[in-house]
Design a protein around this ligand. Structure first.
Ligand SMILES: Cc1cc2nc3c(=O)[nH]c(=O)nc-3n(C[C@H](O)[C@H](O)[C@H](O)COP(=O)(O)O)c2cc1C
Length: 353
């Protein structure tokens, strides 16, 4: 497999481990992926959840933890051929501060979705050589909008584009109705259209904009297929959860190993997008309308604590710490195909053999 070249940066293997919040992909997992030659992504979402002052000093604890995890992951993977990036969701209220902190801590890449990262190029100004930027998009329309906006407003383009399809885990960039009707063939057509949009900017601006495909990529065959569609790499998340190095509690990983396809549910998230998760007592409680929000950390710009069906931060924290019955366990569509634990190096070897 060819290395993934992103401007002046390069990873020996074209595999990005997708960012997983809250706390599922931190320095341990991301560092191990980068040490194996891939791109390890730390999720910035409420990353300070394990800091002693998280509930009293939320913003500062998040910034401190973000810088700490970037530095630990870089230290662990230094000189091993991989890169360390951060996933920062556009929907978060501390977006701007998290981008700046990631740049200051020397992140190689910022990947940004859950909305269109309209202001990202301006926020990384002065760090263009050190920190590359990539929007996550799901449709050709979104690709057109963000690349046009970045060119017009900032006279620059994306260093990388992540196309995330309907089979992904976490929040999904499609309306719920479309998720039920979109066939793999129809989505491949959309990928082709996104590639055409990206190519037009490459030609116009005389640069390379590598594209990676994410969502439901399980094995080497899927990677080869993504590369045959013109991608320069892939982003994979669900498979990395059942590794020894994944930062989630053992029972989170066990929930993945137990899940069957009938346990997978599309949920409505307070972020304002649908999400894919494992059915449990918590989701039953949400659908009965009996969840209450007792303390608001103000993490999402669009969330109103008086109206939200549940607090997503608290639900994700409960899950990552191991309370998988009363927390929100995000997963990708392939979760039911996972049957055993592995290690990052074994998984990377399997995916690239
Ligand atoms: C547990 C979990 C948490 C996730 N959290 C985030 C997140 O915080 N931000 C984000 O942009 N994507 C998130 N994702 C999406 C992944 O980064 C990735 O793009 C997607 O899951 C790829 O599909 P796959 O899981 O089928 O490989 C999450 C996925 C999972 C499984």
């Amino acid at each position: 497999m060819e290395p993934l070249v992103i401007g002046n940066k390069s990873a020996r293997l074209p595999i990005i481990q997708g960012g997983m919040g809250v706390g599922v992909s931190l320095s341990h997992l991301a560092g191990a992926v980068a040490a194996s030659g891939g791109i390890g992504i730390i999720s910035a979402a409420q990353i300070g959840f394990d800091e002693p002052d998280f509930y009293t000093n939320c913003s500062a604890s998040n910034i401190r933890a973000l810088k700490k995890h970037i530095s630990l992951a870089k230290e662990h993977s230094h000189g091993k051929g991989g890169l360390i990036g951060v996933n920062i969701m556009t929907a978060t209220s501390e977006y701007k501060n998290h981008v700046l902190a990631a740049c200051q801590a020397g992140a190689d890449l910022i990947i940004s979705g859950a909305g269109l990262p309209a202001d990202l190029p301006g926020l990384v100004k002065g760090y263009e050589q050190e920190t590359k930027i990539a929007p996550i998009i799901s449709t050709a329309k979104a690709a057109r909008v963000i690349l046009k906006l970045w060119e017009k407003k900032f006279q620059r383009t994306a260093d990388l584009v992540v196309i995330e399809g309907p089979l992904a885990g976490g929040h999904l960039g499609f309306p719920q109705t479309e998720l039920n009707t979109l066939t793999p063939d129809a989505y491949e057509k959309e990928i082709g259209e996104i590639m055409t949009v990206v190519k037009s900017y490459e030609e116009k601006l005389g640069c390379q904009i590598p594209v990676v495909i994410a969502g439901g990529i399980f094995d080497k065959k899927d990677i080869d297929h993504a590369l045959s569609l013109g991608a320069k790499g892939v982003q994979i998340a669900t498979r990395f959860v059942v590794t020894e190095e994944c930062d989630a509690a053992p029972s989170f990983k066990e929930a993945y190993l137990r899940a069957s396809s009938s346990d997978i549910e599309i949920i409505k998230s307070p972020v304002g997008m649908p999400g894919r998760a494992i059915h449990n007592a918590f989701l039953e409680e949400v659908s009965s309308g009996s969840c209450t929000v007792t303390h608001c950390l103000g993490c999402l710009s669009a969330c109103n604590p008086a109206q939200t069906p549940y607090c997503i931060t608290q639900a994700l924290i409960r899950a990552v710490k191991g309370d998988v019955e009363h927390g929100l366990v995000f997963c990708g569509s392939n979760v039911s195909r996972l049957h055993q634990m592995t290690t990052v190096s074994a998984l990377m070897a399997e995916l690239t053999a």
